[in-house]
Write a new protein. Structure first.
Length: 294
């Protein structure tokens, strides 16, 4: 591969000290080239990573504004020096040569962003397996969004000049900022590409409560997105969907397919959470910075 431009890897963080050290160690295993850097935006109220030993090439930034993960990403982007900004999350483990994989092949001049793939981290928990089975963070699926292609910030490379030109992420929100950024980039004439070999492993939610809280948040984000991008919201038909979930649960139970039956039960819970989420606001306080977004 020919020489590539420098990249700033940006990861928002909100968690405890042990989670922070794990994130630093994971990011420290990235193969960095000349001019590359890793910026971890510590969004915790007390700055739990202040003074924490960081691997070579990794720098901790204590955020000034304690709001959501998008605000933390903007703060880090303002400090970044790379020609490209690679966004990921603290609950993702990147392949070691992630950065290089994004430039094989080199992006075109009108490419404003590239989506890398998000794969599920191995687990034996039913809820996490459900997330994998339903492709909850599949970039390939997001790129087929009925409105326009989009990608999530669990693994997204953005040209710094394009990011600055559209004003970065929307601020003060919990969810939807990644789709909004992708659509504004395309509105400005930039292209969104795909690098399926540039992968991170994501730890899907392992408890039903955590999954449903995520669904509520992302569903609120779809309503916010509709207000900014009319026609972008995929309609939710709760009655029909719930009926299918109930029928599927019964069918898979009587045919002795317990895993499929369990997934249908979770489907029903997710439908209820989606219905609740569309009635919620999308404003951010101290959201789970570094967690998945939608």
């Amino acid at each position: 591969m020919t020489a590539r431009p420098p990249v700033s890897v940006i990861c928002p963080f909100l968690g405890d000290v042990s989670e922070g050290h794990a994130a630093l160690a994971s990011l420290g295993r990235l193969a960095l080239g000349p001019g590359d850097e890793v910026l971890v935006a510590d969004n915790t109220p007390g700055g739990v990573l202040a003074g924490a030993p960081a691997p070579p090439g990794v720098r901790v930034l204590i955020t000034r504004v304690k709001r959501g993960a998008y605000d933390a990403r903007n703060e880090a982007a303002a400090e970044a020096t790379g020609e490209w900004l690679l966004f990921t999350d603290a609950d993702c483990v990147p392949v070691g040569d992630l950065v290089n994989r994004y430039f094989d092949p080199a992006p075109g001049d009108r490419c404003g962003a590239l989506a890398g793939e998000v794969v599920a981290a191995g687990t034996d928990r039913a809820v996490a397996r459900y997330g994998e089975a339903r492709s909850l963070l599949s970039q390939a699926a997001f790129l087929r969004h009925p409105h326009r292609p989009m990608a999530v910030t669990a693994n997204l490379l953005v040209r710094a000049a394009a990011f600055d030109a559209v004003g970065g992420f929307a601020t003060g929100i919990h969810s939807g900022g990644d789709a909004d950024l992708c659509w504004r980039l395309q509105d400005a004439g930039w292209e969104l590409g795909y690098r399926p070999r540039a992968t991170v492993a994501h730890a899907h939610r392992e408890t039903l409560g955590a999954l449903l809280r995520q669904v509520v948040r992302t569903s609120a984000g779809t309503v916010w997105l509709e207000s900014r991008h009319p026609g972008s919201r995929v309609p939710v038909r709760p009655v029909r969907s719930m009926a299918r979930a109930i029928a599927g649960t019964a069918w898979f139970a009587v045919t002795l397919r317990p895993r499929r039956a369990t997934y249908k039960v979770i489907d029903g819970c997710v439908i209820a959470a989606q219905t609740m989420g569309v009635r919620r606001g999308n404003g951010s306080g101290l959201g789970r910075g570094g967690g998945p977004v939608g």
